[in-house]
Design a protein around this ligand. Sequence first.
Ligand code: ADP
Ligand code: MG
Length: 324
Amino acid sequence: EQTIDKIAAGEVIERPSSIVKELVENAIDAGATAVTVEIKEGGISFIRITDNGSGIEAEQIPTAFLRHATSKIRTAEDLLDVTSLGFRGEALSSIAAVCQVELISKTPESLTGTRYLIEGGKEKSLEEIGAPSGTTFLVRNIFYNTPARKKFLKTPQTETGYISELMERMALSHPEVSFKFIAGSQVKLHTSGNHRLKDIIYNIYGRDITNNLLEVEKTFENGMKITGFIGKPVISRGNRNFENYFVNGRYIKSKIISKAIEDAYQSFMMKHKYPFTVLHFQIDTEMLDINVHPTKMELRFAENEKLYEDVYHTILNTLSHKEM
Ligand code: ADP
Ligand code: MG
């Protein structure tokens, strides 16, 4: 069982940023309005993630660490209508298989909290403890029991960079959540959770970009909604890193969406190929298949051509109807 968990962990947990991603997504799924992430040494030796979400009941904690344990879907039909970020029930078991994990959690209804220790998939202890409502995960020494995998980690600085990027995307994808990210003793990102996407763009990218944005807001007959901001062509960039888009709160990569955005910009003959965008897509879950890859970065869309056309025209209209 522990060996299988270690193997399974390889699919989901590649580096410290994978752990942060899974645990922050869990915090968001738990309805947290504030999430703090602290790391040391690029997250290799220490990650602490604190949220003010629903907490986990004491009896549910050991179960939550079992492979394929999820509280988020119950039937096969639920899979077709996933609205939570997680649903595979693989993250906690995978993380616990290759790290030393300490969990402190309390539900609002419960008088006391619970502290749980699990290392290399082995339960160490479960005890009552005083705690605020919400959940704290402490994850220490990633791959301490799989040295071969630890060798593939990059320097703490590089790993910190990956987590920084991830936290920025998390903040952009959930303006309703206040995020704080601390690396070493440095606060790298702090958002207010005031719902204003533009404030987060300012926070991350600064004044020049924020002063050159065009607002996008478009609803389609099939219920799809595109909101957010695109950069005026003056702030286009030499690579795709500035193309951010989110589908139902999830950061994804999509050849179709990227191509539609870039083609629309091309008709304005921008100097660089890749525009700055932060776009939120709301799409009916029945028109999506998110169950494609364990890390859920890829999506399948039911109507590819229509999606391309809708995105292309939305961008084109925004670029042509507002003063440049
Ligand atoms: P999934 O997110 O796919 O359900 P995970 O392994 O990430 O699977 O988490 C297992 C379960 O643990 C979740 O379904 C949820 O019930 C519980 N859980 C994990 N993290 C939190 C959290 N921060 N707050 C509340 N519940 C949590
Ligand atoms: Mg999860």
